[in-house]
Structures are given as C-alpha cells and as structure tokens.
Design a protein around this ligand. Structure first.
Ligand code: TXA
Ligand code: MG
Length: 344
C-alpha cells in the first residue's frame, strides 16, 4: 500500500480524507494533541485494521472522535450533567470523556467494555472530515505500539508508511501530549490519564476528581485497570530513561560523573550550559510547561536510537499540563527516579 500525503491546505483534502474514512480505509488525522490513526468508528472491520497497522493489543480500546457534542447521543447511553458541563467548558479540546456505551458502537472500538471514550478535537480540518464522512472517527495515537505519540506528519510517516492509506498533514500539533481522560461512569469523576487539560481546571468545573493509581505508579501485573492502555509500557525509547529531580545544579552533580559517551541528557533550556554540548538537548524552559509538552515526544523520538544507552531526563512540576509531561516521562522511565541532591 502506498501512503498518500494530503496537505490540509490543498482545496480537496477534506473531501479525499472523508472518502477514505467512508470507504473503510485508514487515515492519519491531525489533532491539537497528537496525530491519530483513524478509521470509521461505526465499521468494526475498518477499526480492526487500526490494531493491525499499529501492532496494538486488541484489548486496548479506542477513542471516538466527534465533530461536536451533539454527536455523542448516538454513541453513549447516558450523558450525566458533569459530562455536559465539561463539554461546554473544554470542547473542542484535549479532553476525553469515558461514558456508558450504546450497543450500536462496534465491540472492536471498546474492546468489549461497557464504556466508550469520546472526544471532540480542537482541529478545524479534522472536525470537517468527521462531519463530511458522517461518522465518528475511531483513533488511537498514530505511532507504532510502544513508540512515542507522533506530533508531526513526518513522525507518522516514519512509523506507518506503507501501512495506512493516507496522512492528513496539518503541521505540528499545538499541545503535543495526548488528551486528558476523565471517567464519568463511577461514583466520582476519575482522572485516568493527565493530558492537555490540567486537573486544577477540571476540579473547577467538577468540584471533585480522584486521580487513578495508574497515573502515579506502576500497577501490579494482576491489577484491575480502568484505562487498559495504562498497563502497557508506553513511550519507551530503546535506551534506559532515568529521571533526575532536584535543582539544575544538583541534577548536574549527579549526572556529570556518570555520563558515558553513549548517554544523553534531556534537560531544561536554562540547564544546557551545565553539560557537554554533544550530550545534552533541551525541550523548553522549566517555567513553560506548554512548551515542554509540545516538544517532549519529538525529543524522545530523537533520542530513541540503538546507540543511546541512558537518557537522564529533567521533569517539570506536575501541575497543569506539566502533570502530563511528568506522567509521560515517568512512564518512559518505568518510574525510575533518582534525587539529584543525593549525589556525593
Ligand atoms: O489526544 C488523544 O487522546 C489522542 C488523539 C489522537 O485524540 N488519542 C490517544 O489515543 O491518545 P490512544 O488510543 O493512544 O490512548 C487512549 C487511551 C488508551 O490508554 C485506552 O486504553 C484508553 O484511552 N481508553 C479508551 N477507551 C477507554 C474506555 N472505554 N475506558 C477506559 N479507558 C479507555
Ligand atoms: Mg497512544
């Protein structure tokens, strides 16, 4: 299969893209968070092709992308008041809601669960494609399983060339980390995955929010997981990632004596001068979590090489979108975290 590149600015791209979806094909879609690997969300056979192209375990459900809140009534059997408030406040935007699913949604989407994730992306062209196709688009992130999510069309092409029909290229993603996932099917709203919208802003609307244990640590192998994706090691480069906490100077005191020729440092912009130029790369200033989020996955991809052994990473404070950055880095590190201050 030849993978077609469709530029979002080309006049017929929306039409061509929606035709691919209607025909049961695979289309990588831009969103404000990361690129998705989309198919007709009401067509079980098309959805199963997503799993093949990604190499994704079948028991990991997909998010349905809609053009607007009005579309979720066909997909979800109950829509609680809390969901309506969140949609009003944050849609279109980087927030996925877990709600009870209707029977009309194919089992391939939900992996047989009684719930479904729905989200309305803040990307005009993708909402136009969904509208024109007339169906929700089921889409996980468009990376090969185990790789960081793609934030540019080039990342998607690298992972998926020859495996999907087309990529709709709308430039680099603005947010850079995946959507926040909130489960509204339990007694209390539950944060399953931190993302583009920080927990503080959700609490303002919901008044209440519990953070799932999967967000903050590794689950035991036999644990009951609410977000099935949480049990797989995601975002993991070939080298070992170690997070080093503490001040910039304390972290450098820990890292520098250990830094071998095949090791790298992923640090804040203001810390670059502390390390040999060839060993370090920065992904933004510590005080700008939005920038860190936007650059994180591209930086991890850059460092995902056979010849890189250890990646020492600096991680921002876990507030706002910084919580998502910290979460993705912690997962890449398998929650291996050392304190910079402990260095001799
Ligand atoms: O920003 C995003 O959410 C991107 C863009 C493409 O929209 N999508 C994305 O999809 O990150 P994916 O499949 O890579 O991650 C979705 C996560 C998975 O961990 C999956 O297990 C979880 O959402 N999920 C999906 N449906 C669920 C459900 N019904 N209950 C609990 N978790 C669910
Ligand atoms: Mg993913």
């Amino acid at each position: 299969m030849r993978t077609l590149l469709l530029s979002a600015s080309a006049p017929d791209s929306v039409h061509k893209a929606s035709e691919i979806i209607r025909a049961g094909g695979l289309l990588a879609i831009p969103t404000e968070t990361v690129y998705g690997l989309g198919a007709n969300g009401m067509d079980g056979a098309a959805v199963r092709r997503i799993f093949e192209a990604k190499g994704r375990p079948q028991d990991n459900p997909l998010i349905l992308h809609v053009a607007g809140p009005e579309q979720i009534w066909d997909l979800c059997s109950t829509v609680p008041a809390a969901a309506e408030r969140l949609m009003e406040q944050f849609w279109p935007g980087p927030l996925t809601l877990i709600l009870p699913v209707r029977d009309s949604v194919p089992k391939a989407v939900t992996a047989g669960l009684s719930t479904v994730g729905v989200r309305c992306p803040d990307c005009d062209i993708t909402r136009e494609v969904i509208r024109l196709a007339g169906v929700p688009i089921a889409a996980p992130s468009a990376n090969r399983s185990g790789k960081p999510s793609p934030t540019t069309a080039a990342h998607v092409l690298h992972d998926m060339e020859g495996r999907i029909d087309a990529i709709l290229d709308d430039g680099p993603c603005r947010v850079g980390v995946e959507s926040t996932i909130v489960d509204l099917t339990g007694d209390r709203p539950r944060l399953l995955r931190p993302g583009g919208i920080g927990p503080e802003r959700l609490r303002e609307v919901l008044g209440d929010l519990i953070v799932d244990e999967a967000v903050t640590g590794i689950l035991p192998a036999d644990a009951v997981v609410r977000a099935p994706g949480m049990k797989y090691t995601h975002y993991s480069p070939q080298g070992t990632v170690i997070i080093v906490t503490g001040s910039g100077a304390a972290a450098a005191r820990y890292i520098l004596p250990r830094l071998g020729p095949r090791d790298r440092v992923l640090c804040f912009a203001e810390e670059l001068a502390l390390y040999p130029a060839e060993a370090a790369s920065a992904y933004g200033a510590e005080s700008e979590p939005e920038t860190l989020a936007r650059n994180l996955f591209a930086a991890l991809r850059e460092l995902d090489r056979e010849d890189v052994e250890t990646i020492y990473a600096r991680c921002p404070e876990a507030t706002g979108v910084g919580m998502a950055v910290a979460n993705r880095l912690q997962k890449a590190a398998g929650f291996q975290i050392v304190k910079g201050e402990d260095a001799p």
